[in-house]
Design a protein around this ligand. Sequence first.
Ligand code: GTP
Length: 579
Amino acid sequence: SDINKIRNFSIVAHVDHGKSTLADRLLEVTGVIKPGVDNAQVLDQLQVERERGITVKAVTASLDYMYQNEKYLLNLIDTPGHVDFSSEVVRSITACQGVVLLVDANEGVQAQTVAVHSLAKKNNLIIIPVLNKVDLKNADPEKVKKQLKSVFDIDENTVLKISAKKGWGINELMQAIIERIPPPPADPNSSFKAHVIDTWHDKHRGIMCLTYIHSGRARIGQSVKWRSNLKQQTIKALALLRPHEEPVASATAGQVVMLGCGPKGGGAVGDQLLSLESAENTEIVTIPPVRHMVYAGIYPADQSQHHPALGQGWRLGFLGLLHLEVFTQRLLQEYKAEAILTAPSVPYKVKIRGSKLIKHYKSDELIITNPLQLPHPHNITEYFEPFVIGTVVTPTEYIGPVTTLCIDRRGTPLVPSPIDDKLTMMQFILPLAEIVMDFHDSLKSITSGYASFDYQDHGFHSSALARMDILLNGVLVEELASIVHVSRLEYNARRLTEKLKEMIPRQMVQIAIQAVVGGKVYARETLKAYRKDVTAKLYGGDVTRRKKLLKQQTEGKKKMRSVANIRIPRDTFIDVLKK
Ligand code: GTP
């Protein structure tokens, strides 16, 4: 097809500003789905997404649209709507020439609006500003237009007004997409080059890749090579996503297509596919690698009682806490596998000394995803922790409390900027460790739910850190080791030992609970031995009650883990590090 009739775009928006609802309308006006039927947002495919009302995986739809008697191919590249998944937004955007920036005409500019706008700017994309929900009686499009002008310097005359719910202004938006976004800068006549935007696994056909073709053509049966490992493969599956698969024999530069190379086929997101004659060092696009922000130990639930520790587990990286939750939920729903997770932590970095150690690790810098991997402090010359730049959009009256919250979390405020007479945008440089657990909840509660938050990676910053161990009667509990900022040592030591004292049931022996850093005890609690049998007072009494108690005890046993003959309920490992 003619490249000049192709448009590649994404809809980007703050959570709940109506992205999925608008996508449904676009599918309707292009005849993919019937209007009026409750389509339950066809683009949100996963069950998890339906339940949580969030978009997790990006799904693409190629739409045909008639404009001035010509048929256009509009590729809508869907993006996830939650901060945790912002790296997926980046991937999608690499295949776009423009974005529809959707803003709720009642809520106005929010933290994620700021984040996605800056991402679109950075990638030199055309931005179509669109106010949604103008049907709401509290909608104030003029106010939000002024916000767009003052925050992003957007010309008020270019702002469209729609109601995705009522279907108002949808054709005007389609026309703006065709008129304002340029066709892809792709060359069908040079050799084949494409890059992977997304991948998923198909039971029968192997890895399927959503790809954007930069140049040349792709066809079934064609030999191609992956840039990452130069492995040669044959294209076995090729389809447009509408969003259901529509097989095609070939596809040209500028198109976004699904492509598969058989059961052992495929590359990772960001990898490139090249024709065999292309130079190996061809670089068409750089997609920043996915950065795991949160790590947690994960264990199969039903094996944990057989193993001295929590069972053979893995340490996995996640994009954020929501990603971690969605992951466990999908394991359960799609694979019927129940998993136990330890408290999440962030990755740290250390610079090490000692030629043996450096030789062993083949580097003088180590990324630490598990506190137990931290080398001895003698061998560490510098510690680093991951920081983010956080954006908060809040009603101006909460500037004080928000600043206090961020400073409490070891953050550095930047100069706030007003959005209008009621709203302010604030930015902070913050340690990731201070926000992964409960920052969002705290922010919501101090601002009566009115502030919104988003963050972006700000790299590793030098920091003062130490490993804190928990000992029970002198024995290390591996799962409870943590890496802590030195200013938090005393507080965390006290909180952890007190919580453990509450959570560990009394046993036959007295238990000393200690928080230790580098041989120094920071806090200690003593859990007294219990005095009598739990059922003693029931002897001769109510038999069913006694049976029930014993049953509870044996059930309890299964979920116990022993350290130095001390039995610890399994949940303790997950709950104790939570705030
Ligand atoms: P994420 O998938 O989490 O990013 O959310 P989203 O941006 O896709 O929002 P979604 O389309 O799920 O809409 C959020 C809520 O706003 C839903 O309850 C929609 O019914 C509602 N909504 C969307 N568009 C409109 C609109 O034009 N008018 C009104 N009144 N409500 C709307």
